[in-house]
Design a binder for this molecule. Structure first.
Ligand SMILES: Nc1ncnc2c1ncn2[C@@H]1O[C@H](COP(=O)(O)OP(=O)(O)OP(=O)(O)O)[C@@H](O)[C@H]1O
Ligand SMILES: [Mg+2]
Length: 224
C-alpha cells in the first residue's frame, strides 16, 4: 500500500507540491497533469529518489526516505529517459545485471534475461549493444530490467513516449496482465481505459481523483 501523508515539496524556493494526502490500494493508478505540475516529483518519492520537504510517504508502512533499500526491493521504477537506466554493454547483460543478487547462476541469469526480452518485443536482441537500440527499444529494455525482478509495485514515468503503435498496444496488454500494482505517470491518455483510478495534478495539487472518464474530463477542462 502506497500512502502520502500531508506531502509537500519545494525545490529551493519553488513550491512544487502541496497538501498531497493519498492512500493508493488500487492495482492501476495513474497521474496525469500539465508539464511541471509535479507528477515526476511525486512518482520519485515512492522509491525515495526525492524526499518530501513536508509530510511523508509510506510503502507497506516503510518510509522510502529511511528504508530506501527495502522500499526499492518492492518498487521498480521505469524512468522517462531510458538511457539513464542502462548500466551494461548489451541488452541481455543489462537485464541479467538486475538479477545479480538473485542467487541464480550466470547462465540462468542470461537465460532468464533472454526470456524476458523476448516476451516484451526484444526477441533476438540479447547480444545487441544496449546503447545502440532505438529509443523505443531502450524503453522496452528499461521495462524488462525492472520486470525481471518481479517487484510488487511498478512505477512508470512516461514509459511509452517513444513506443510505436505495436509496442504501445503491447504495453497496454501488459498492463492488463501484470500482477504488480502499477503507478503510471503519462500524457498518453489512451493508456488509461482499464485504470482503477486517475489523479489529476495541477500546480502541485491533486485536483481530481476519480475513475478515468470523469478524471480525464476534468483534466481536459483545466487544459482549456
Ligand atoms: N531537480 C529539480 N530542481 C529544481 N526544480 C525542479 C527539479 N525537478 C523539477 N523541478 C521543478 O518542479 C516542478 C515539477 O516538476 P516535475 O518534473 O515533477 O513535473 P511533471 O509534472 O513531471 O512535468 P512533465 O509532464 O513535464 O514531466 C517544475 O516546475 C520543475 O521545473
Ligand atoms: Mg515528468
Amino acid at each position: 500500500m502506497i500512502e502520502f501523508e500531508g506531502v509537500g515539496h519545494r525545490y529551493g524556493e519553488r513550491m512544487v507540491l502541496s497538501g498531497v494526502d493519498l492512500r493508493l490500494p488500487e492495482r492501476r493508478v495513474a497521474f496525469v497533469g500539465a508539464n511541471g505540475s509535479g507528477k515526476s516529483t511525486l512518482a520519485r518519492m515512492i522509491n525515495g529518489l526525492v524526499r518530501p520537504t513536508t509530510g511523508r510517504v509510506l510503502v507497506d508502512g516503510l518510509d522510502p526516505s529511511h528504508d530506501g533499500p527495502a522500499v526499492r526491493r518492492r518498487v521498480g521504477f521505469v524512468f522517462t529517459n531510458p538511457d539513464s537506466q542502462i548500466v551494461m554493454p548489451t541488452a541481455g547483460e543489462d537485464v541479467a545485471f538486475s538479477l545479480r543478487r538473485s542467487g541464480l547462476s550466470r547462465r540462468e541469469r542470461a537465460q532468464r534475461a533472454a526470456e524476458v526480452l523476448a516476451e516484451h518485443g526484444l526477441d533476438g536482441y540479447a547480444d545487441h549493444p544496449a546503447h545502440q537500440l532505438s529509443g523505443g527499444q531502450k524503453q522496452l529494455l528499461a521495462l524488462c530490467a525492472m520486470l525481471v525482478l518481479e517487484p510488487e509495485v511498478l512505477v512508470c514515468d512516461e514509459p511509452t513516449t517513444l513506443l510505436d503503435l505495436r509496442n504501445k498496444r503491447r504495453f497496454v496488454d501488459l498492463l492488463g496482465t501484470l500482477k504488480q500494482q502499477v503507478v503510471l505517470v503519462t500524457h498518453d491518455l489512451d493508456l488509461l481505459g482499464g485504470f482503477d483510478r486517475v489523479l489529476v495534478l495541477h500546480a502541485g495539487r491533486v485536483v481530481a481523483d476519480d475513475e478515468p472518464e470523469p478524471a480525464l474530463r476534468r483534466y481536459r477542462e483545466l487544459a482549456g
